[in-house]
Design a protein. Structure first.
Length: 154
C-alpha cells in the first residue's frame, strides 16, 4: 500500500476513534425496567439518552436520573453504582411546585421548584416510584434526556 493509502487508513481510524469517544461521553443506552412509563415506554425497550445538565432539561422531557437511595432496588451493590430511573420531567427550576400532583411537597415553604432541583413523575402512576415518594431530584442526579425512545431489544 502506498503512503497515501496508509494516510487515508490512519485518518479513518482516528475519525472513528474520535466519534466513538464522543458518543461514549455524550450518549448512553438505557434499558427500561418496570411499567412506570407505560404507555410511552414498555419493559424491555431501550432508549438513547444524551447526557445533559439540569439547565437543558425542559418540562415534558423524558429524563434519566439516578435513583434516590431509598428507591434503589439493589442497595449496597458491590460496584457502588446506584440504579437509574426513566421518568418525565414534570417541573424544572423556577416553575410552580406541583403540589396537586406531588402531595409530599405541600409542606415545603417554596412555591416554585428551587434552583438545582427537578420534579419527575412516571406516566403510569400506580407503578411509578418518583417525586411523589422522594420529593425533589437534585441536580447532581440528573443524567440526561431521552432523544430516541423505544429501541426494541433483541
Amino acid at each position: 500500500m502506498s503512503a497515501v493509502g496508509w494516510l487515508v487508513v490512519a485518518a479513518v481510524v482516528v475519525a472513528a476513534t474520535t466519534a466513538l469517544l464522543w458518543a461514549r461521553r455524550h450518549l448512553m443506552l438505557v434499558s427500561v425496567v418496570g411499567r412506570s412509563m407505560e404507555p410511552t415506554l414498555r419493559p424491555g425497550d431501550r432508549v438513547l439518552a444524551r447526557r445533559v445538565p439540569l439547565a437543558q432539561v425542559r418540562s415534558g422531557d423524558v429524563v434519566v436520573v439516578v435513583a434516590p437511595a431509598e428507591m434503589t432496588v439493589a442497595p449496597g451493590r458491590p460496584d457502588g453504582r446506584r440504579d437509574l430511573l426513566i421518568k418525565r420531567a414534570y417541573a424544572v427550576p423556577g416553575e410552580p411546585v406541583p403540589v396537586d400532583r406531588v402531595p409530599l411537597l405541600r409542606d415545603r415553604p417554596e412555591r416554585v421548584v428551587p434552583a438545582g432541583h427537578l420534579v419527575v413523575l412516571g406516566d403510569n402512576p400506580p407503578f411509578s416510584h418518583d417525586s411523589r415518594e422522594c420529593g425533589y431530584i437534585p441536580e447532581e442526579d440528573v443524567v440526561g434526556v431521552v432523544i430516541r425512545p423505544r429501541l426494541r431489544a433483541g
